[in-house]
Design a protein around this ligand. Structure first.
Ligand code: HEC
Length: 151
């Protein structure tokens, strides 16, 4: 029962549009152009202004090696992640991408946010299509596992 509702929640959020996973990924790749000034994905991704985003869907906050996250004071990414276990599940990613400062008030992601729910869902699906090593993977089970309840 619980598994089923989690599964439906993931599908509902991500595939609400009457489009197929592939179309969503294509749309997500387009949306990702807005992130690409600061973030990279893929096998050759390197940290830029922001950390690489390989495997970020369902991952703990602030875990990319060699990247210096905001930290040291209340409301920064590392501080929040130390205070409580934080995972980038779909609800928290969705909220962060809508308005980064609402989720991490003193964070250093200087991005206005994506107003359209569809853009957020598509870019999250796109991110879910890269595993930790930056190899392409089927996003459906990744999204299902990350359906979560927010952190
Ligand atoms: C102007 C640069 C910039 C843009 C544009 C930007 N980000 Fe970021 N992002 C950052 C920075 C800097 C951080 C680190 C935040 C911190 O340490 O507080 C970050 C952190 C993140 C994290 C947390 C990663 C982790 O390892 O915990 C995610 C997820 C993320 N960004 C997704 C996105 C997505 C998706 C987009 C596009 C829709 C985007 N960002 C656009 C700069 C940017």
């Amino acid at each position: 029962m619980k598994r089923r509702s989690i599964f439906l929640a993931a599908i509902g959020i991500v595939f609400a549009a009457p489009a197929f996973a592939e179309a969503d990924l294509e749309a997500g790749a387009k949306v990702f152009k807005k992130c690409a000034a600061c973030h990279a994905v893929g096998a050759k991704a390197k940290n830029k202004v922001g950390p690489t985003l390989n495997g970020v869907v369902g991952a703990a906050w602030g875990k990319v090696e060699g990247y210096k996250y905001s930290g040291g004071k209340d409301g920064t990414l590392l501080q929040m992640a130390e205070a409580e276990e934080r995972v980038w599940d779909i609800p928290s990613l969705d909220a962060y991408l809508l308005k980064p400062k609402d989720v991490i008030p003193k964070g250093k992601m200087a991005f206005a946010g994506l107003k359209k729910e569809e853009d957020r869902a598509n870019v999250i699906a796109y991110l879910a299509s890269f595993d930790e090593a930056g190899e392409e993977t089927d996003p459906a089970p990744v999204l299902e596992a990350a359906a979560g309840e927010g952190s």
